[in-house]
Design a protein around this ligand. Sequence first.
Ligand SMILES: Cc1ncc(COP(=O)(O)O)c(C=O)c1O
Length: 282
Amino acid sequence: MRVLALLDGTLADPEAPLMRADDLSVTRGDGIFETILVVAREPRELGPHLDRLERSAALLDLPAPPREVWERATRAVIDAWPWDAEREMALKLVCSRGVDGGDGTPTGFATGSSVGADTLRKRQDGVSAVTLDRGIASDLKERAPWLLLSAKTLSYATNMAALREAERRGADEVIFTATDGSVLEGPTSAVVIARGRTLRTPPPSTGILPGTTQGALFRAAEKAGWETRVEPFDQAELRTADGVWMTSSVRLITPVNALDGVPLAVDPELTRELTGRYESLY
Ligand SMILES: Cc1ncc(COP(=O)(O)O)c(C=O)c1O
């Protein structure tokens, strides 16, 4: 991390300790976050990210600060970033429930970090993925809203554990499946498939995060005459699709080259077209 801004818009030393040891994000992962790509000072999909932050806060009954506060902190981080040296930045907005036993005032801050070499490599070369069972039914979100399935909470330990499992299996990434075998999402990305001129992604009703990058890609593709569908599909479709991508704010539109150790159809031209359409929005 290179830049840290507090919610009042002031900068703080990114290398100095910030959180209290009894902050509920530290002790319980009780909070929410967003990660936003900023290119040449312009945050991408800021509106949809702030919308999602608000929805996550509502699901957690978290009295998160209003939008203008996040916009001010975002501006402070962008203004402090060394744009001449680095054209891209990963901006993170974090909000926790505050200190244990406190007055309920949330803790919040914004950080700016470099986009890592590994991320840039994956954008370029694509990834290999494994399917992993998330152990949830695709109607669980509706039956058990307290599980916060579509909130972007700070509790990402299981997502990170799944990525370590992928690594143990010799792969870069994970595509989670529901107990009925339908496709869900990755630990930090949405899943998009193409067949002909149609793009598909699973619906948020299955308990996944609605992806801002997937949303932007669909918007751009529709303008160019693609059909887009947000609907459930079975994992078998990953094998027969014309292309499979993992989409996320910082990794962008990453092609999946292999699934569970078996190569997938990869069409670099298709990836170039979709990436070009997405980039044309900015
Ligand atoms: C679980 C999960 N699903 C999907 C996404 C993709 O969302 P976005 O495109 O808004 O980054 C993310 C992003 O981090 C994520 O963590």
